[in-house]
Design a protein around this ligand. Sequence first.
Ligand code: CA2
Length: 145
Amino acid sequence: MTRTIYILNGPNLNLLGKREPEIYGHETLDDVAAACAAIGAEAGLEVRLLQSNWEGQIVDWIHEAREKAAGIIINPAALTHTSVAVLDALNTFEGPVIEVHISQVHKREPFRHHSYVSKRADAVMAGFGVQGYALAMRHMGAILG
Ligand code: CA2
């Protein structure tokens, strides 16, 4: 049985820590990967953190996760609010799915209040900053044992 967690990140999150720190903070995706790998190691879980600006690439990684991952942590970024394709792909994945948003999307513009991905996610984090990824990893450790 695989012990890998896929941490998938959608459009523009490659800019994390480099733009708009007042909303998204100063830490980069590399910092997130390092923090999550350390937490995963405590629970015997490996981490594969990926980011793409392309919807189809996110869908392909979700398909890959069907064979290679025990769980998915996903920040779909703007695809959260638009993508039935990402939702359909996640519906084919059998393990736990945790949706993470760095910002508290419900305090922001109304178009950020709806999430297609939440129709599948087993848990949703919003407004914890990048710490949300680490908290999601701890929860993966707890439920996957
Ligand atoms: O709060 C989140 O994590 C979001 O998923 C981030 C998305 C946004 O569209 C969602 O509504 C909420 C935007 C990601 C853009 O990432 C950037 C990071 C740093 C600088 C600029 C953009």
